[in-house]
Design a protein around this ligand. Structure first.
Ligand SMILES: C[S@@+](CC[C@H](N)C(=O)[O-])C[C@H]1O[C@@H](n2cnc3c(N)ncnc32)[C@H](O)[C@@H]1O
Length: 225
């Protein structure tokens, strides 16, 4: 596998269901809290981009919340976007890699990434992706990330490890073909640290802040160009 996004070819048909199953439905709650945060910092964006939009779960919420904004959803995986296409009403779908987006400089007021930050963090190209996000964002625009992160406490990480291993074990038992995709999910979610990501963001953006959500293993990072 040359790129992380190719893993989603294995699981795109069941992605929405497994997301719900592994998070026990909490992903919906986290997305709604994130949307409230987004609204509180930028209530009237004109152009919004959901990067690594996948099957469009976050894009659907952005469409509803910002009903007068122009909405774009970008993803490198065609199969994931084919599911998004059926669920979205008025979003421009863009099949592209993050590190080379087909948009003009300073184009968006708001860029959002949900449950995909780990995908770019463990890619060779984190810096070029962040540089590209900054390029297409307007001055004063916001880049907001929602992602599962590990705990600061090794005691809590121990329980998180058991939980994630159990849920992914169940998925792999019923669907052995998904093993490679879910092993990446497991190893990256246990390693990904909110404070380390905040430091990387500070190399490109200002006003970086990080908010943890219940039960402490999900973070929202807000940053500004
Ligand atoms: C875990 S899914 C998240 C989907 C969606 N944002 C959500 O909230 O459910 C990660 C998505 O990131 C996409 N992706 C991973 N690396 C990418 C890259 N370098 N450029 C564009 N998309 C990428 C994958 O194709 C996949 O659809």
């Amino acid at each position: 596998m040359a790129h992380v996004y190719e893993l989603y070819d294995l699981i795109y048909k069941k992605y929405v269901f497994f997301n719900f199953f592994i998070t026990l439905g909490l992903d919906r709650y986290w997305r709604r809290i994130c949307l409230k945060k987004i609204y509180s910092v930028t209530p009237k964006p004109r152009r919004v981009l959901d990067i690594c939009a996948g099957t469009g779960d976050m894009t659907m919420l952005l469409e509803k919340k910002f009903n007068s904004a122009e909405i774009y959803a970008l993803d490198a995986n065609k199969n994931m976007l084919s599911i998004a296409e059926k669920r979205l009403r008025r979003t421009h779908l863009v099949n592209s890699q993050l590190s080379d987006m087909p948009f003009d400089d300073n184009f968006f007021d708001l860029i959002v990434i949900s449950f995909a930050t780990r995908n770019i963090f463990y890619d060779k190209d984190l810096n070029s992706s962040l540089r590209e996000i900054k390029r297409v964002l307007k001055n004063g625009g916001f880049f907001i990330s929602l992602e599962t992160t590990n705990y600061e406490s090794s005691f809590m990480n121990f329980f998180m490890n058991i939980y994630v291993s159990t849920m992914i074990g169940i998925v792999n038992f019923f669907n052995p073909n998904y093993r490679e995709a879910y092993m990446f999910l497991k190893s990256s979610s246990l390693r990904f640290n909110a404070m380390v990501f905040a430091d990387r963001l500070k190399n490109f953006f200002s006003d970086v802040c990080c908010v943890k959500l219940f039960p402490g293993c999900v973070s929202i990072h807000i940053s500004k160009k």
